[in-house]
Design a protein around this ligand. Structure first.
Ligand SMILES: [Zn+2]
Length: 286
């Protein structure tokens, strides 16, 4: 390894260990730090689900019960961020659904409502009223359904217009995706859209600048724990194969860093394992 890359890796190691130790201390002391979870579909998929994006409804309900037993209260991302800034976020978390799959309203919302839990939907506006391009058997919410959700207290956030990989676009094109999706959503739901999630969880400095320019207060990635910054909020993806133990580690913020360190270390050969993590745990999903 070259000296410069070694130095960079050591810096990354220190940052990751700082995140991990904070989470580990919270886990040990029961501090209940804030967290954001990323879901896509709940219940049985209508067709193939190659990225393991669907979670059985009973398992999802069990995860909500687990959060309730830990004493967490679930709020919208915007409310959680207000609490983080005010220093009053301990014991609060946020549940998010990306891509606006219509079946989430019948499979997930009743479970959340029953427990008095709020949530945030992130919507790619060009997909509204059509089929999900990567899950063609799944219907995406219509304008009317989205308006109804907003009226019921669900936070509606943006997920760009066309769900492209924003860092691969020119800065102007990325900004257009973020400005237009916000404008279109605000017209549909007739209220301010303050939060967004980067498609595929992918962003870089230019993407963050585009989100700031477009006027968002918060923006989420989707690759595990990290420092809390308004336009790069940490978010944990939950998959169908996410075990109860992994779920608990993800909520505590101690699952991702170790995984990422293993993924980025360029020199050390990885041992052959028979209990290899399923492909679905590799960040980020769509
Ligand atoms: Zn997405």
């Amino acid at each position: 390894m070259r000296a410069s890359s070694k130095t960079a890796w050591r810096g990354r190691l220190r940052a990751e260990l700082a995140v991990w130790s904070t989470g580990a201390a919270a886990l040990a002391t029961g501090t209940r730090p804030p967290f954001i979870l990323c879901y896509h579909g709940i219940g049985a998929p209508a067709g193939p689900d190659p990225d393991d994006l669907f979670i059985a409804r009973a398992r999802f309900a069990g995860q909500l019960d687990r959060l309730g037993a830990l004493g967490y209260r679930m709020v919208t991302v915007s409310e959680l961020w207000r609490r983080v800034r005010a220093g009053s976020a301990l014991g609060f978390g946020a549940i998010t659904f990306d891509d606006g799959l219509a079946q989430v309203t019948s499979e997930a919302l009743p479970e959340l409502t029953e427990r008095g839990m709020q949530c945030t939907f992130y919507i790619a506006t060009a997909w509204l009223g059509g089929r999900h391009p990567h899950l063609p058997e799944e219907r995406v919410l219509t304008h009317d359904e989205l308006r109804g959700l907003a009226g019921d207290g669900v936070e509606i956030g943006a997920h760009s217009v066309d769900h492209l990989r924003l860092p691969e676009l020119t800065p102007g094109a990325a900004r257009e995706q973020l400005e237009r999706s916000r404008r279109e959503l605000e017209e549909i739901v007739d209220r301010p859209v303050q939060s967004m999630a980067y498609p595929f969880g992918q962003y870089d400095e230019r993407t963050v600048a585009a989100a700031r320019s477009a006027g968002y207060e918060t923006a989420c990635g989707c690759s595990g724990p990290g420092p809390w910054a308004a336009l790069s909020l940490p978010r944990e993806p939950i998959f169908g194969a996410t075990s109860d133990r992994r779920f608990r580690l993800k909520v505590a913020g101690v699952y991702g860093p170790v995984h990422r360190l293993r993924a980025v270390h360029p020199a050390r050969p990885r041992p052959v394992r028979t209990d290899r993590r399923p492909r679905s745990e590799l960040p980020p999903a769509p």
